[in-house]
Design a protein around this ligand. Structure first.
Ligand code: NAD
Ligand code: WQD
Length: 343
């Protein structure tokens, strides 16, 4: 029987947090992997470790997605690219409000350049990293994909605009297929402890801030709001293990094999965990106390945001496997082994 040649996947932003975990799963599943990353928020050390975990090599190009000639050269060097997974971009909600033009340029123009390069190379399958941020302030939780999209910050609007661009492009060319994954709150790390989240400067998100507080790198955690209408008064989010999230991209690639058109799909665990539950789970796995105080609510935050995951189960045949304890244990292993991240 003829052996099917391995499919080549181009991964933009593959050196980053979610990208590196996805590269591991792709390599373990037998795909050839080509990474494009300008290292704006990553280092090549993550990719070296991806190769170490999997025992397989990948191709890396230090290229900015805004650099069309350089991106075209990557496509030319790999003429058999099957699909692209597009992670590259800027992702800090607060920063996007202070430098919106930069966010529109990198995220929206970057995506447009990528699509044009894909078209020129005849590559018409895309998995895109969208975000639950496109829902803005959803009226119900769990949030279905049919909920209104009304992002409340420039970062969220870049994600929504890119979704519109991809949808319009798929409508214009019926040979195009795309899955747009709306991630909820990815946390955790690879169980090897070799790769994980390595935020630069003060973390914006809860989980890395808690880890750094335990390590003594931050004095104490401020819990934004203790008076929400939730079981313990703190905010509830849909935390999802980054390895589960990475595997959803492989499920999306499988769907691209035979389903035409464009699909948006929530990727969450479907379970709501409160901020205090996460803090206590981290205390449990680390055996250390988290110093915290209850502070004022953060403007723009909601009491509870949880994914309705039925579409992902139905359309991708995927669901998250890991619970909060596993997310925290794996995150803590990564932190302990790498208190300074990759540096
Ligand atoms: P990350 O910052 O770790 O990864 C993004 C990668 O893109 C980095 O390696 C960075 O160096 C690279 N990059 C940035 N600008 C680039 C450019 N112009 N050209 C080439 N490479 C560039 O972030 P992440 O957490 O891994 O997120 C990956 C994607 O998922 C992003 O698009 C983000 O918006 C989206 N997302 C993340 C979350 C989250 O909470 N982490 C949630 C929802 C959606
Ligand atoms: C989680 C909970 C905070 C920090 C954001 C983006 C979203 C997606 C994921 C990219 C909330 C509380 C936080 C702290 C706290 N990213 N918190 N003290 O806001 O749910 O989602 O990241 O697409 O788009 O909006 O995540 O980790 O910031 O907050 O009490 O120091 O933790 O109030 O209840 P969020 P988060």
């Amino acid at each position: 029987m003829a052996v099917k040649p391995a499919q080549t996947i181009l991964v933009t932003g593959g050196a980053g947090f979610i990208g590196s975990h996805t590269c591991v799963e792709l390599l373990l599943a037998g795909y050839e992997v080509v990474v494009v990353d300008n290292l704006a928020n990553a280092s090549t050390e993550s990719l070296r470790r991806v190769e170490h975990i999997t025992g397989r090599p990948l191709h890396f190009y230090e290229v900015d997605i805004l650099d069309r000639p350089a991106l075209e050269e990557v496509f030319a060097a790999h003429p058999r690219i099957y699909a692209v997974i597009h992670f590259a971009g800027l992702k800090a909600v607060g920063e996007s409000a202070s430098m919106p033009l930069r966010y529109y340029e990198v995220n929206v123009v970057g995506a447009q350049v990528l699509l044009q390069c894909m078209d020129a190379a005849g590559v018409k399958r895309l998995v895109f990293s969208s975000s639950a941020v496109v829902y803005g302030l959803p009226e119900t939780s769990p949030v279905p994909e049919t909920a209104a999209t009304n992002p409340t910050n420039p970062y969220g609007r870049t994600k929504l605009f890119i979704e519109h661009i991809i949808r319009d492009h798929c409508a214009a060319d019926r040979n195009w297929q795309a899955v747009m994954l709306r991630y909820f709150n990815p946390i955790g790390a690879h169980p090897s402890g070799e790769i994980g989240e390595d935020p630069r400067g003060v973390p914006n998100n809860l989980a890395p801030y808690v880890c750094q507080t335990i390590l003594g790198l931050r004095e104490k955690l401020r819990i934004f709001g203790g008076d929400y209408a939730t079981a313990d008064g703190t905010g509830v989010r849909d935390f999802i293990h980054v390895v589960d999230l990475a595997k959803s991209h492989l499920a999306a690639l499988r769907r691209l094999e035979d389903a035409p058109g464009c699909l948006e799909c929530n990727v969450g665990s479907g379970v709501g965990y409160s901020v205090l539950e996460l803090v206590h789970a981290m205390e449990h796995v680390s055996g250390k106390k988290v110093r915290y105080e209850i502070a004022a609510r953060r403007p723009g935050d909601l009491a509870c945001v949880v994914a309705d995951t039925r579409r992902a189960e139905r359309e991708l045949g995927w669901r998250a496997q890991h619970d909060l304890e596993t997310m925290c244990r794996d995150m803590w292993r990564w932190q302990q082994k790498n208190p300074q991240g990759y540096s």
